[in-house]
Design a protein around this ligand. Structure first.
Ligand code: XMP
Length: 310
């Protein structure tokens, strides 16, 4: 379908379903939820409450960046501090699907459940895209934003309905909608970022301290690779350790993996052929982080790897 017709249809559908009721939606800092917000705001205006859930899993400086960017578009964003709830739910978990489940349950039952009760909203608007649905249904992994396709009825379970205006699109389609909505280039081309956020980039237990390490590494990778044209780039903290030397002493240090991929829709991907000096510079900066003494570049395509690590 032509992009402008798609936008008109989705705006009309959101208006029709929500009527004169209230809806909420959340931003993750990635492109899907950003497009979903602009689309829903166009349809619902002041009937929409947009929140940024500070889950402790977000990137450095993200709450303020998101609030500022959307203020420029005339869309108010409320920050909700849910750090303790997410860290509590993730405590002691190491299995990838258990971690994903903990993030999902905290978002939908606790945080959104509470916000819906407080705001009287009956609708939660989601940036779910087709790829998320396909991979969850295929049993590859549970995407955190998938509910009905897994047999969860959000109305029964949590007391609100979920609307997914982008669910027929893939990432390239989402970017076309972003452009047609007149969103700034920085938003249209922002790299994807998953809803469960940095929890997908820590192998083993997610703790405040380990989040700090992966958050700092992420900031370095994003700064160094900004504008490189790759589809997505990220840093991952391993659970293993490696022997190294720091200040003449033995150090059993942390390992960071850098991943940078070329893809059009995230269904398949190949590692980007980055210049050697770029890789070296990232490595130097990453191993200057406290306790990190190895930095590896991941060459694995998808499949067999996925983009994220859990
Ligand atoms: P994978 O790791 O499945 O990633 O190869 C494919 C694309 O989807 C993003 N991703 C997610 N996005 N919720 C999301 O909103 C999730 O649970 C999730 N898991 C992965 C990932 O960043 C990549 O762009």
């Amino acid at each position: 379908m032509e992009t402008n017709a798609f936008i008109e249809e989705q705006v009309a559908e959101l208006k029709r379903v929500v009527g004169d009721g209230q809806a909420i939606n959340a931003l993750s800092g990635g492109v899907d939820s950003a497009v979903c917000t602009v689309l829903a705001h166009r349809a619902l205006g002041a009937q929409l409450t947009t929140v940024f859930v500070d889950s402790a899993l977000m990137r450095e400086g993200e709450p303020q960046r998101v609030v500022d960017q959307f203020a420029e578009l005339g869309i108010p964003v409320q920050c909700v501090d849910a750090q303790a709830e997410f860290l509590g739910a993730l405590q002691g978990l190491t299995d990838p699907e258990d971690k994903r489940h903990a993030v999902t349950a905290t978002f939908y039952e606790k945080v959104f459940g509470r916000m819906v009760r407080e705001s009287g909203a009956k609708y939660l608007i989601h940036g779910t895209i087709l790829t998320d649905i396909e991979e969850t249904v295929a049993g590859i992994k549970r995407q955190h934003n998938i509910l009905s396709q897994l047999g969860i009825d959000p109305e029964q379970a949590y007391g609100y309905r979920v609307l997914e205006p982008l669910k027929t699109l893939r990432k390239d389609g989402v970017r076309a909608v972003a452009k047609a909505l007149g969103m700034p280039d920085a938003m249209v081309h922002r790299i994807p970022f998953p809803g469960p956020a940095l929890a997908t980039r820590i192998i083993g237990e997610v703790t405040a301290e380990r989040l700090q390490t992966v958050r700092q590494a992420t900031a370095i990778v994003e700064e160094e690779l900004d504008g490189c044209g790759a589809f997505q780039y990220l840093a991952v903290l391993m659970n293993d350790r490696a022997t190294g030397i720091r200040d003449g002493q033995r150090e059993f240090g942390q390992i960071i993996v850098v991943r940078c991929i070329d893809s059009t829709d995230a269904r398949t991907a190949t590692a980007t052929e980055l210049p050697w000096d770029k890789l070296n510079r990232m490595c130097e900066r990453v191993v200057a982080l406290p306790g990190v003494n190895r930095c590896l570049y991941d060459l694995t395509p998808k499949p067999p790897a996925t983009v994220e690590y859990i």
